[in-house]
Design a protein around this ligand. Structure first.
Ligand code: JFZ
Length: 429
């Protein structure tokens, strides 16, 4: 019987919770059609029309050191790459398929180079592994909930031997857990309908993963999709519950708790534009300042943010994404102390921004400029040792007498007359 071991769990999760900020990388053959990573499914591309991308694949600019440097300079602490996405194409040299990067023109084990480059930057390394496989003949057709063909028997899932697929899937997971040294994160994706849990032989799979990579941090998608918090949250942890909840393209309104109200570990994965995989026509990028505030929001709710980039077919991260990473990095250089190792403040969010906490230190994130002194609601004057700008260390006086007499119970940070916040995205005090 599986027994949840809280102490071991908390130990394993320490680095991950301190890290708070990581890079997600979606990359594969789908970078060539450049219409997102679901293109083979959404456009119902038959195998023979997808194979030309395999024949053509040749990312001559692939240099994972550049990716790892970009992540590091943005202040990210870990990087997770799609070793295999739903189309079934492996960026690693799998013995169990011919559909892999080593069999393309590039002829390289892209995962091997990736893990080496990420570690060289001192970052933690993670691999994403798709539970779906549209290439394998025994994997049942996937159809979206709203797809008209979803329950139509005419499109032929009969004569598929799912056990064959499971064998391949388990074999490939064994390969990535064996051939690439110590992995820090393993990101399975995803469960749906009855395709979840033991359908994947998930207990057996987890036993194998844990025996090969005892401390790897695993997501919860052997049980759920981007929706649903899983059995750990429900208070009946299954052996394959995973280590963190993985909300997708949304930040949980109040963080995430289990049924007993205990905080859970979670990571919001977020795209910069509207696609995970490279999409040539998608130029609708979120402003860097917004993404900084969203990172702060995650931390202020006790979570991580995994921010995605989708490199192009040559292996380059799009320029728009690089610019965003640079801007975030500039902010992180001054303010990362308010992110790493920080969590919920346990104080209600102020109307001008958010609060993160590390031990006895509170970080007030000012998302707006201000008129006059800033009320620090939720704390008492006796609790305040000093107030400083995080970026410069310059001191800020506490509640000068003129405000204090009108609001005796509120602590103010007195910025003086006509204060202008030096960083208009998020100035931290
Ligand atoms: C999944 C992938 O399909 C997607 O390509 C990307 O890798 C992302 C990080 O994860 O996205 C999902 C998975 C499940 C649902 C929605 C998006 N779902 O069940 O609603």
């Amino acid at each position: 019987m599986y027994q949840f071991d809280l102490e071991r769990y908390e130990k394993r999760m320490e680095w991950y919770q301190d890290a708070r900020f990581g890079m997600f990388i979606h990359w594969g053959l789908y970078a060539i059609p450049a219409r997102g990573e679901w293109v083979r499914s959404t456009e119902e591309i038959p195998k023979e029309d997808y194979m030309p991308y395999f024949d053509e694949f040749n990312p001559t600019d692939y240099d994972p050191h550049k990716w790892a440097k970009a992540a590091k300079e943005a202040g990210m602490k870990y990087v997770v790459l799609t070793a295999k996405h739903h189309d079934g194409f492996c960026l690693f040299d799998s013995k169990y398929t011919e559909f892999k990067s080593t069999n393309t023109k590039c002829g390289r084990d892209l995962v091997a180079e990736f893990v080496e480059a990420v570690r060289a930057e001192g970052l933690k390394v993670g691999l994403y592994f798709s539970l779906l496989d549209w290439y394998h003949p025994d994997y049942p057709h996937y159809r979206d909930k709203n797809h008209p063909m979803r329950n139509n028997p005419a499109y032929g899932n009969e004569n598929r031997n799912f056990d064959n697929y499971l064998q391949l899937m388990h074999n490939q997971v064994r390969e990535i857990c064996t051939n690439y040294g110590k992995l820090d994160v393993l990101w399975f994706d995803f469960s749906y309908d009855d395709m979840r849990g033991e359908k994947w032989h998930a207990t057996k799979l987890m036993d194998m993963v844990r025996s090969l990579q005892p401390d790897v941090v695993i997501d919860n998608r052997l049980e759920v999709s981007g929706e649903g918090h899983g059995s750990l949250a429900e208070g009946n942890p299954k052996p394959y519950h995973g280590d963190f909840v993985s909300p997708e393209q949304m930040i949980p309104p109040n963080g995430i708790c289990d049924v007993n109200g205990k905080d859970l570990i979670w990571e919001a994965c977020v795209t910069m534009n509207n696609n995970w995989g490279y999409c040539a026509n998608d130029h609708y990028f979120k402003p860097a300042g917004m993404l900084i505030k969203k990172l702060v929001e995650c931390v202020s709710k006790g979570g991580n943010m995994l921010l995605n980039v989708g490199p192009d077919a040559r292996g380059n991260i799009p320029e728009e994404s690089m610019a965003i990473l640079k801007t975030i990095g500039k902010w992180m250089k001054k303010n990362s102390e308010s992110i790493y190792g920080c969590t919920k403040a346990g104080i209600e969010k102020p109307d001008y921004g958010r609060i993160t906490r590390k031990g006895k230190k509170l970080y007030f994130h000012l998302f707006e400029n201000t008129i006059g002194p800033i009320p620090l609601m939720g704390i008492r004057k006796e609790e305040v040792e000093k107030i400083r700008w995080l970026a410069t260390g310059a001191e800020i006086p506490v509640s000068t007498s003129w405000v204090h007499s009108d609001y005796p119970d509120i602590v103010f940070a007195d910025l003086g007359p006509d204060p202008v916040l030096p960083d208009d995205v998020d100035t931290v005090l």
